[in-house]
Design a binder for this molecule. Structure first.
Ligand code: AIR
Length: 425
């Protein structure tokens, strides 16, 4: 009987029938999978005009966000107090303070989702808009609250057993002297508001305690001075149920200001893996979707400690525009809107070099010497469009893409030489 059925099936008519039935089955299961996916996660659609992302802050980060959003069909509107802020060249701008409720309400009214590119954004106002207008805000204002106060930030990570340098709360000179007594040298940091080295004062001598307290000008925290081997950073992104990290970068700072980022970092595989692990751990304690910049110290013993975290795209991730498959700015737009994330893979060894305000006094910004970088293959210029150059202000950056044959030191030298040939006249 079995043999008979087998022989019957081998007839041409039966074989065609089996093929048809098989195809119908495959088609039906494809439809079922598709319908299942549709109910699991909504499909991404764009319209004209596209979805609008409202951004608190319209500096260079807002500008590069808008540049990345355009190809996705996403419009950007920024809120910034400076008329004609850098982002306004590529996005709509509402001129207003970050803490002005009416300006924030206008931003929410014009947007489908809200984010921020500066820690001066007000988490309470963002929470109110989320509750009253039902607008999504990413990252969560709670992540901003944790990060904007450096003492709260370090306490949160310390309680989560994330490796950090030891620290103390400092409200007055006596607290600072106690910290010096315990740690030897410290970095005194304003708890809020400081960035690009502003609000950070290194202190070793207890005699300097009063002056240091005056210099930070408010509630502070003192961190044991870390004699690090090198500084690293990881740009991480949390999307809708996904977490991705970019390859680890190595950062060169001078006077507390980032000068260059080198990818790949010149460190061991073990340290690279540990940096990625620590960064993912940090991300798991910061709610909401979006890009986070995690700055780390590598100690002489090969340990990795968290220095500082930013709840936004970060200067040390600018290399990803040319150097990675999907940049930190595009990832941020995708993440905030709940869209699938892009690949964080590196395309090539990459160095980014900041163009800082190499002037003694503020003056109208006019950058000269651009012939060389513009003539060089694999080098890109990003000018932020700030009309005034101030001492050490971030005015733009150069990115140099290399090949796996070229030592990253040579790429770094090339980027530095091109950047150092630029001047404000
Ligand atoms: N920024 C925000 N936090 C740290 C940095 N660097 C970026 C944001 C912000 C801009 O710097 O894009 O809007 C402000 O730059 P400036 O030079 O006007 O202080």
């Amino acid at each position: 009987m079995t043999t008979l059925v087998g022989e019957q099936l081998r007839s041409p008519l039966a074989e065609s029938l089996v093929k048809i039935l098989t195809n119908v089955f495959i088609w039906a299961s494809n439809v079922a999978t598709f319908m299942h996916r549709r109910t699991e996660s909504p499909t991404v659609t764009v319209t004209v005009p596209g979805p609008t992302l409202g951004v608190v802050g319209g500096g260079q980060l807002g500008r590069m966000l808008a540049e990345a959003a355009a190809p996705l069909g996403v419009d950007i509107v920024v809120l910034d107090p400076t008329p004609d802020c850098p982002a306004s060249a590529v996005a709509d701008q509402i001129v207003g303070d970050f803490t002005d409720p009416a300006a924030m309400a206008e931003l929410a009214a014009r947007s489908d989702a809200l984010t921020f590119e500066i820690e001066l954004a007000d988490p309470d106002l963002l929470d109110e808009l989320a509750a009253e207008e039902g607008i999504e805000v990413h990252p969560s204002p709670d992540a901003l609250r944790t990060i904007e106060d450096k003492l709260v930030q370090k306490r949160t990570f310390g309680e989560a057993d994330i490796p950090i340098p030891p620290f103390h709360r400092v409200d007055d000179a006596a607290d600072l002297r106690a910290a010096l007594d315990e740690f030897g040298s410290v970095m005194l940091k304003a708890r809020t508001g400081g960035y690009d080295g502003r609000g950070n004062v290194p202190v070793t001598d207890p005699e300097d305690a009063e002056d240091a307290i005056d210099a930070v000008g408010g509630p502070a925290m003192a961190e044991a001075f870390v004699d690090f081997e090198r500084e690293l950073s990881v740009i991480g992104v949390r999307g809708d149920g996904q977490i991705r990290t970019f390859p680890v970068g190595e950062n060169v700072h001078e006077e507390e200001i980032l000068r260059e980022t080198i990818v790949p970092a010149r460190t061991t595989d073990e340290v690279t893996e540990e940096a990625d692990r620590v960064a993912r751990e940090v991300l798991s304690h910061l709610p909401g979707r979006g890009v986070f910049g995690i700055e780390l110290f590598e100690t002489a013993a090969g340990d990795v400690l968290v220095n500082e975290v930013a709840p936004r795209p970060h200067n040390s991730g600018h290399w990803t525009i040319e150097g990675a498959v999907c940049s930190q700015f595009e990832q941020h737009v995708r993440a905030v809107l709940g869209w699938p994330l892009g690949s964080t893979d590196r395309r090539a060894p990459t160095v980014s070099a900041n163009i800082l305000g190499t002037v003694d006094e503020s003056q109208p910004a006019r950058l000269a010497g651009l012939e060389a970088p513009l003539s060089e293959s694999g080098v890109s210029l990003h000018w932020y469009g700030k009309d005034e150059v101030r001492p050490l202000r971030k005015m733009g950056h150069l990115t140099a893409i290399g090949t796996d044959d070229e030592a990253v030191e040579e790429l770094l030298d090339r980027a530095r030489t091109l950047r150092d040939g630029l001047y404000f006249d």
